[in-house]
Design a protein around this ligand. Structure first.
Ligand SMILES: [Zn+2]
Length: 149
């Protein structure tokens, strides 16, 4: 199976498992690590919107805790019709979270065909003028170590 399809399927399965029959407003994410393992997590909603967390956050923190690089990411939300799902592009903050693993990390984004179609794009494609390159020697994408400095 296409590894990218595995990631999207894992996110859908996580969403189904956490919120069976959900429609809209909740999300789940899956990250593929170097070596092929997949981590999943869900959006954390709260009455105080400032306390909410994107679906990717839990898996990003877990990958970092494990010291493993993320190579690809997918986030899905339930569609308005039962049993349908839609890929969500990572928000700007999640793109920043993923950026620690470099510009070649793949992120699922809605496909140009619309509906439930999706495709993968690198972070470099999503951020052709990544701001942090202004602060590194030679303008390269910051390394994991440089992100942490
Ligand atoms: Zn986000």
């Amino acid at each position: 199976m296409d590894p990218n399809q595995k990631i999207v399927d894992a996110a859908i399965e996580q969403l189904r498992s956490r919120w069976p029959g959900a429609r809209d407003s909740v999300a789940a994410a899956a990250l593929m690590l170097e070596g092929g393992d997949i981590l999943t997590s869900v959006s954390f909603d709260n009455y105080n919107a400032a306390a909410t967390l994107c679906a990717e956050t839990g898996a990003v923190a877990q990958a970092y805790t494990l010291g493993k690089a993320v190579i690809a990411s997918a986030c899905v939300t339930a569609g308005t019709a039962e049993g349908t799902y839609q890929v969500l592009a990572p928000c700007g903050i999640c793109q920043e979270r993923l950026a620690i693993w470099g510009p070649e990390v793949l992120a699922a984004v809605p496909g140009s065909a619309g509906g439930s179609a999706w495709e993968m794009r690198t972070l470099r494609e999503l951020n052709p003028f990544y701001w942090a390159t202004s602060f590194t020697p030679n303008g390269q994408w910051p390394s994991v170590a440089e992100h942490g400095e």
